[in-house]
Design a binder for this molecule. Sequence first.
Ligand SMILES: Nc1nc2c(ncn2[C@@H]2O[C@H](COP(=O)(O)OP(=O)(O)OP(=O)(O)O)[C@@H](O)[C@H]2O)c(=O)[nH]1
Ligand SMILES: [Mg+2]
Length: 253
Amino acid sequence: MSTKFRAAKNLGNLILFVKIRKKSSDGLTILINNCLEAVSVDRVDLSVILNFKFLIRNSIIGFMKITSAEFIKSAFAEEHWTTDGLPEIAFLGRSNVGKSSLINSLLQRKGLARTSNTPGRTQSINFFLINEAFYFVDLPGYGYAKVSKAMRKDWGKMAEEYLLKRRELRLFIQLIDSRHKPSELDRDLNEWLEYHQKNALVVATKADKMSNNQLKKAMSEIVTVFPEREIIAYSSETGKGREAVWREIEKSL
Ligand SMILES: Nc1nc2c(ncn2[C@@H]2O[C@H](COP(=O)(O)OP(=O)(O)OP(=O)(O)O)[C@@H](O)[C@H]2O)c(=O)[nH]1
Ligand SMILES: [Mg+2]
């Protein structure tokens, strides 16, 4: 049995897979995308996917090949922002919600963005260059009560200025904790994004901390709060949701 054959069987999608192989190269791409979407890609043998070089070239759903990811700089003011005009994806949400962890998990690089149990770890706007083609931008969390009022005001100003002015921003990923109903600050941010007509996605983090049933219930509550938004449940521990988030990122670039 060939490796491709075995992978198709694992996918539980043998017929579709065999059909795919008979198609011309354009049709091939589309059908394989459909196939991978229809099943849990977690079970796909990556080495099989790597055989399909054209798929990698096209950055197939969930498998954008990360060739490089590096921390570039921390910005505290506009003059520190990057100037090369590359597209940016921003990660927003309250302190400790899991922004830096999400960045590391998407890139599968432990410790690239610094994480911490203590809220308020990220205090500047941090730029990470991916594949020398676009940036992930890690923002400080809001709603961290222990910082001084002056600092909170500065944060608001710094983040809002960046979010408002930055033309390079293609997608705003708003993180909320899947275990709690979105807070007033979460709703404010979402309204702000809607008001300014920003392309935004909601990611519900720490999904591994709940049972499947609890998560389902929590997600349906979140949907009622943000009915207009695409919402993805995520776990930086298990990688749940990784493909779906990449799909949205790729669409926006
Ligand atoms: N179990 C679990 N823990 C998570 C997940 N995401 C983040 N955490 C934990 O939550 C804590 C905060 O994560 P960070 O990624 O530092 O959060 P942040 O939003 O960047 O926080 P600030 O930089 O303070 O704004 C850390 O202890 C992480 O290990 C997740 O999906 N599952
Ligand atoms: Mg952080």
